[in-house]
Design a protein around this ligand. Structure first.
Ligand code: MLT
Length: 399
């Protein structure tokens, strides 16, 4: 008889953003006349940029011609894209090799997929609040998870605690959901901790392109020693509007190893390559061509313009919080604004209040962990008109 993986019994009944979508759908069905504004899931609204679209069109044409048609591509990604990513890092002052880059359909999948390489008996360390994917995927595998408090006392940037022994550490900077970003000294403490404890840092850099403070690191690999202990995940979703197009990448340095039970140091780069060649057939050629255009200098200038538009929305939200006397975090090096729920409310009650009274959707902090219980997240990814309207409505809550 087939036996069920009972670790799934320990996973929350529904994924955070599915639960939100369910509640919003119910509300819109019952209130078809209300104009709902969505500042919940971090999903982009601006169309793909000119150079990306041109490149996608060219690739479609190639696929329609027998002379340029392509079937299966390399599981790791085409060289043209791996080199474009390498060059992008180089322009940002970080040297990585093309064969350390593995193209994927996004950071969400790979932060979960990477767990294939690690024994079940490793202890996982995550901040609380946390992007739920890290917790759910390790719970599905049955690993022990330890939470470290991220709160207003540490500016939502927890630092290593030598009394905690962890093997796999998830860090996300700029952080989802809090918008807080580690500086170089803080990340160096994490790298030192990982080296000392033979741990691996699984570093989610999906929001790196939102960093405007040039002193802040955009990649963990700008920290000395990181290539010995870190894997970095990144994505074009928020950088260049690829949430629907799907393209990301994972950097697994050749220097990083994990110990097998007979003492052999296994190369994670080789093992990730082994995993991908069996379980993944690569991202489509067309999408990779679009992604390569996004990483060009011109493509990145266009992406920057999109990000600046979202940043203007973040400022509209932040200014409203200032006017209403609501304490908030993020919004500068991040598309997210994370704030304390007003009126001493808990976050799901505040979610229901926002939806039913002003028809604005946000994300309840409780969905990211216990430290999010009294916090709420808004995104800057909607358009300016809707953001202004949502904030006008938000102010009415205080009247
Ligand atoms: C979020 O809203 O937290 C993100 O859009 C989720 C994701 O990137 O998967």
């Amino acid at each position: 008889m087939v036996k069920f993986n009972e670790n799934y019994l320990n996973v929350k009944q529904s994924y955070l953003f599915s639960e939100i979508a369910k509640r919003v759908e119910k509300f819109t069905k019952e209130n078809p006349d209300k104009k709902v504004i969505r500042l919940g899931i971090g999903d982009v609204t601006l169309p793909l940029s000119k150079s990306v679209i041109e490149s996608l069109h060219e690739a479609v044409t190639e696929m329609g011609d027998a002379k340029t048609f392509r079937g299966y591509g390399p599981e790791q990604g085409y060289d043209f894209l791996r080199n474009a990513i390498k060059d992008y890092y180089k322009r940002n002052g970080v040297e990585i090799e093309a064969d350390e880059i593995f193209v994927s359909d996004g950071a969400k999948s790979d932060t979960g997929n990477i767990t294939d390489l690690f024994d079940i008996n490793n202890t996982v360390l995550v901040p609380d609040p946390v992007y739920p994917v890290y917790v759910d995927t390790n719970t599905m595998n049955g690993r022990k998870i330890i939470y470290m408090d991220a709160n207003s006392d540490n500016d939502f940037l927890p630092l290593p605690d030598e009394s905690i022994k962890a093997d796999m550490i998830y860090l996300c900077s700029p952080n989802n959901p809090t918008g807080a970003a580690y500086n170089k000294d803080q990340l160096k403490l994490w790298v030192d901790y990982a080296i000392k404890n033979n741990a691996v840092i699984l570093y989610d850099a999906a929001y790196e392109a939102f960093i405007e403070d040039e002193t802040l690191p955009r990649s963990i690999f700008s920290i000395e020693g990181a290539k010995k202990c870190c894997v970095e995940f990144c994505s074009l979703s928020k950088t260049a509007g690829f949430t629907g197009t799907r393209c990301g990448y994972t950097i697994v340095p050749k220097a990083i190893t994990a110990k097998a039970s007979d003492g052999t140091q296994m190369s994670l780069n080789q093992m990730w390559n082994r995993r991908q060649t069996t379980k993944f057939n690569g991202v489509s050629y067309i999408i990779q061509r679009g992604a390569a255009a996004a990483f060009s200098v011109e493509g990145m200038n266009e992406a920057k313009a999109m990000i600046n538009t979202y940043k203007e929305n973040a400022k509209i939200i932040a200014d409203t919080m200032d006017r209403m006397g609501v304490k908030y975090y993020g919004g500068i090096n991040s598309p997210y604004i994370w704030f304390e729920c007003p009126f001493g409310m808990n976050s799901w009650d505040f979610f229901d209040k926002m939806l039913s009274e002003i028809y604005v959707v946000g994300t309840p902090g409780a969905g990211f962990g216990k430290n999010g219980e009294n916090f709420f997240r808004l995104t800057s990814f909607n358009n300016k008109e809707n953001t202004l309207e949502a904030m006008k409505r938000f102010e009415t809550l205080f009247k």
